[in-house]
Design a protein around this ligand. Structure first.
Ligand code: NDP
Length: 361
């Protein structure tokens, strides 16, 4: 029998869609992805999404600072033992945070995941690698060889930040290297220190401007001598006294140590063979994102930037009736945990109403 709602993806959009669909008695099935599949590991598309790759999340409403030990007790009380075990290093041992803090991305996602199961969500730890949306019910194939039919599908596979692919960049991820200033910029390690932003688009300018609230100075490193960003954003960067432009330069290496994390950046010129080193406690990549849509095989219309195109204002409808999209996979603009969660809720409500209209209860 066809599934009523299959949700692909396990970030805030996916779990919020699952909570709503489950509470509407639709018994949603979530494909959360597999952590052990090499392409997921390499691309940063592992289960629980981009939030699982970050540290503190200070802008998710409802999560003021709380003592780390108290959060540990909360997690232990809320989660099944095996899921708590996966988080216990946050609360115990030498890497544990001391004192008060906001939610950590991974714990936030575990709580959402578990909340969805309380109302009957079923979860499969596998990836959907192929879809057939040309006939209804839709057919989905998983990497491990499962084939299933679905009356509705919610695509919530998110996007992945682009990185340059330097080994040193990988080494210091979450220890000074970040691709999200809004997520990480206010962390203590970046306060009153020099920071580096790589990129020349609107995101890079926005991130650099945002980081000037915390940093002593922000170096914007761009590979050309002209920004791609819109004129108004360019003006914002160029007139900000705390931003210093480093034109015609690319990141050669992130510098750092195991204990301190990032301590600097080595740049190379894109026009000659010169190199220079900058002191910095953080390196922020803002060289674009890539939405995770490959598995759709071109069957859902994408916009000019490759994101799923939502066809109707105030709805999560896609070009295929019965297929809905939520979160970053359909959002190149806001890209926030809370907006993703909100659109996941919308997708579940859209799917529920669509099923009711078609007589599936
Ligand atoms: P963009 O694709 O617009 O810009 C990416 C930037 O990264 C470019 O400057 C590009 O350089 C640089 N870059 C790409 N690859 C590399 C690389 N391998 N090495 C070095 N530099 C690299 O992405 P954004 O995320 O900035 O913006 C995405 C969309 O979102 C845009 O349409 C933007 O307008 C929109 N947006 C709007 C905002 C606003 O209006 N407030 C805020 C944020 C985003 P080059 O220029 O040389 O190609």
């Amino acid at each position: 029998m066809a599934e009523k709602v299959v949700i692909i993806g396990s970030g805030p959009a996916g779990w919020t869609a699952a909570i709503y669909a489950a509470r509407a008695n639709l018994q949603p099935l979530v494909y959360e992805g597999s952590a052990t599949w090499e392409p997921n590991r390499v691309n940063g598309t592992t289960p629980l999404g981009q939030l699982n790759l970050t540290t503190e999340v200070e802008n998710f409403p409802g999560w003021p600072y709380v003592d780390n030990d108290v959060l540990g007790q909360f997690a232990k009380s809320a989660l099944p033992a095996d899921r708590y075990d996966g988080l216990s290093h946050l609360y115990q041992g030498k890497r544990a945070h001391q004192g008060k803090r906001a939610a950590f991305g991974p714990e936030l996602m575990e709580f959402m995941r578990h909340q969805s199961t309380l109302y009957g969500t079923r979860i499969i730890t596998d990836d959907i690698v192929e879809v057939d949306f040309k006939k209804h019910p839709f057919t989905l194939k998983s990497r491990e060889g499962q084939t299933l039919e679905a009356l509705t599908v919610i695509v919530a596979t998110g996007a992945r930040a682009n990185y340059l692919g330097l080994p040193s960049e990988d080494r210091y991820k979450n220890n000074g290297v970040s691709a999200c200033a809004v997520c990480d910029g206010a962390l203590p390690r970046f306060r009153s220190k020099p920071l580096v932003v790589i990129g020349g688009g609107d995101s890079a300018v926005e991130e650099a401007n945002y980081l000037t609230k915390f940093a002593s100075i922000v170096f914007m490193v761009h590979r050309r001598n002209e920004l791609r960003a819109s004129k108004i954003m360019q003006q914002r960067a160029l007139s900000n006294p705390k931003i210093t432009m480093k034109w015609n330069r690319a990141l050669d290496e992130v510098l750092g140590t195991e204990e301190a994390g990032v301590t600097g950046a080595r740049l190379k010129s894109t026009v000659d063979s010169t190199k220079e080193e900058l002191p910095a406690s953080g390196v922020f990549l803002a060289i674009g994102h890539t939405p995770n849509t490959d598995f759709l095989g071109g069957q859902v219309k994408l916009d000019a930037k490759g994101y799923i195109e939502l066809t109707t204002p105030q709805h999560t409808y896609t070009s295929v009736e019965g297929v809905f999209a939520a979160g970053d996979v359909a959002d190149s603009y806001y890209r926030q945990a809370v907006t993703a969660a909100g659109s996941g809720c919308m997708a579940a409500l859209d799917a529920e109403r669509w099923l009711a209209e078609k007589g599936h209860h």
